[in-house]
Design a protein around this ligand. Structure first.
Ligand code: AMP
Ligand code: GLY
Length: 423
């Protein structure tokens, strides 16, 4: 089979790395890819939202299967685009159709889905620009901190958690009236604050059956001790050490099963990954968000623990036979540390040469914001490299990961040295 992975980050390098191990894959392409995927696959100069460009590439390279990494093309309807085109409709697309991708594309849609299917989540109301006064009243009825969410996609920046009521009102006005997040904040979801510990659960579904992948936890803040600005993710640990079988059972019974059944009842076609963001409050898992794709950097910690052939899983999704597959998971822990450019998540420089990558032997290196210029690997983004190692437990995995990190360098390199501090 010829396979195309869409995207250019550490997640997509990890997909490529895992797919490349499969005897089912004959030729592997990544669009647009990065310096890491270039070592494993053929990078195609096509952007993930350029559907016509993707179509041309799929036909030219006789691609049989497309794995969609990021959410944008899914929310924009890439799967539907394939289904509605005679020359593409036989190509397997891993990722939900547009209607189901609204689970990530609209926070209000996700909340309505959660309530309709009795899935535990925080109480909420949503407001449009002409309902500002009602929004203020709802804020007054809550106790702090206040959680404000732009309804649409805002590149991970659309959630505000605010302690003071006056500031919450000001921000609500900025979002609704001043379009703080553009169209994404034309509607704002205000929800109850949940106080608990976070983890993520990853599910693969063919629309009928599902498989639960290993749990993971990511470290979103730039600063040690979970301080400072939010980032795309500074590292990940899998499995999440505090998750026991009782909690896993609750997650499966109260959240995963009703989610899959809800998709069926609502006729939302879904073949792909579901990333469920959870907060555990007094041993009760509650959903904080759905993403319609894998997480980044969680993928870099989860997939190295999967012994099962990923392409075999994708074929089972295509054939709706996921129930026939046994998932073989490595019992070891995996930890991922993300090396970022100085200044990230604010302004940062690009084009810094990365050294020491070849000196790493006992960890896996996934490229993210990195490109190959005249034979040199240089930085091209904020999150540059993700380093993953396995160990008997997360502490030994972390020790090996940090050992590998110490060999890598680029000007301005920054990373969190405290992963696991909270466990
Ligand atoms: P989201 O994009 O919805 O995942 O929100 C981003 C982050 O905000 C989450 O990872 C949580 O840390 C936090 N968050 C979101 N919703 C809530 C909530 N209702 N209560 C507490 N924290 C929340
Ligand atoms: N690491 C969080 C995300 O992928 O959204």
């Amino acid at each position: 089979m010829n396979i195309l992975v869409l995207g250019s980050g550490g997640r997509e390098h990890t997909f490529a790395w895992k797919i490349k191990k499969s005897p089912l894959c004959s030729h592997l392409f990544v669009a647009p890819g990065n310096s890491g995927t270039a070592e494993l696959a053929i990078n195609l100069q096509v952007e993930v939202n350029d559907f016509e460009g993707i179509k041309a590439a799929v036909l030219k390279h006789k691609i049989d299967m497309v794995i969609v990494g990021p959410e944008d093309p899914l929310v924009n309807g890439i799967h539907d685009y394939f289904l509605n085109d005679n020359s593409l409709k036989k190509v397997t697309v891993i990722g939900p159709q547009k209607a189901a991708a609204q689970l990530e594309g609209s926070k209000e849609f996700a909340k309505e889905f959660l309530f309709r299917h009795d899935i535990p989540t925080a109480g909420y109301q949503s407001f449009k620009v002409n309902e500002l006064k009602k929004g203020y009243d709802f804020l007054e009825s809550l106790s702090p901190p206040y959680v404000l969410k732009a309804d649409g996609l805002a590149a991970g920046k659309g959630v505000l958690i605010i302690d003071e009521i006056d500031e919450a009102k000001t921000e609500l006005k900025k979002m609704l009236v001043d379009s703080k997040f553009g169209d994404a904040s034309a509607k704002v979801v205000i929800e109850e604050f949940l106080d608990g510990i976070e983890l993520s659960c990853f599910v693969l579904t063919d629309g009928e059956n599902y498989k639960i992948l290993p749990t993971a936890k990511d470290y979103k803040r730039i600063g040690e001790g979970d301080t400072g600005l939010n980032t795309g993710g500074m590292g990940a640990i899998s499995p999440v050490p505090f998750v026991n079988n009782i909690l896993l059972d609750k997650i499966e019974e109260q959240i995963v099963k009703p989610t899959i059944n809800g998709l069926k009842k609502d006729k939302l076609p879904y073949r792909g990954f579901i990333f469920i963001g959870l907060i555990v409050v007094d041993n009760q898992p509650m959903v904080i968000e759905y993403n319609v794709r894998m997480g980044d950097p969680e993928t870099e910690a989860v997939l190295p623990r999967l012994n099962t052939d990923l392409v075999e899983l994708f074929v089972a999704i295509r054939d709706q036979t996921l129930n026939k597959i046994y998932l073989n998971i490595n019992s070891k822990s995996a930890t991922t540390v993300v090396l970022v450019s100085g200044g990230y998540p604010e302004a940062y420089a690009k084009g810094m040469e990365i050294s020491g990558l070849e000196a790493v032997s006992d960890a896996i290196i996934f490229h993210a914001g990195a490109e190959n210029i005249n034979g040199k690997v240089v930085t091209s983004g904020g999150r540059v490299i993700a380093v993953t190692a396995l160990g008997e437990d997360y502490k030994s995995a972390l020790a090996t990961t940090y050992q590998a990190v110490s060999k890598i360098n680029f000007k301005g390199m920054n990373y969190r040295k405290d992963l696991g501090f909270d466990l």
